[in-house]
Design a protein around this ligand. Structure first.
Ligand code: TYC
Length: 103
C-alpha cells in the first residue's frame, strides 16, 4: 500500500523517545578571602535571590564549604557558573562556582 505517509498505526512503530533534559546544580565553593558582601551581591545578581535568601546561602557556603545556588539545564548551568567566575575574576576575588550533574 501507499506508505509515503505514516499514520503510526499500520507499522506499529515505537513512540519517539523524548528524553527529559538532564539537570545540573550550580555549586558555590567557600574560600578564605572573598568578602561576604560580594558573595551576597553575586547571588542576588546571577541567581535572582533576595537579600535574605542570598545571605542564607552565603552563610551555608561559609560554614559548610559549599552550597547549591540553583538547578538548571546544562547550558544554563554552565553559563551561570562561567558568569560568576568571570565576575569574581574581574573583581579580583577567588570565588568559584562549579557545576554538578543531579541524579
Ligand atoms: N569565607 C568568606 C569570608 O570569611 C566568605 C565566603 C562565603 C566566601 C561564601 C566565599 O562562596 C563563599 N570572607
Amino acid at each position: 500500500y501507499d506508505d509515503s505517509y505514516d499514520d503510526g498505526v499500520a507499522l506499529q512503530e515505537a513512540p519517539p523517545q523524548l528524553k527529559r533534559p538532564s539537570r545540573y546544580k550550580v555549586v558555590m565553593l567557600n574560600d578564605d578571602y572573598t568578602p561576604m558582601e560580594f558573595v551576597v551581591e553575586t547571588l542576588e545578581v546571577f541567581f535572582g535571590m533576595n537579600r535574605e535568601k542570598a545571605t542564607q546561602v552565603m552563610l551555608t557556603v561559609h560554614m559548610e564549604g559549599k552550597a547549591t545556588c540553583g538547578v538548571y539545564t546544562r547550558d544554563i548551568a554552565e553559563t551561570k557558573a562561567a558568569q560568576v567566575n568571570q565576575f569574581a575574576k574581574d573583581n579580583e576575588h577567588p570565588l568559584v562556582c562549579e557545576i554538578e550533574a543531579t541524579e
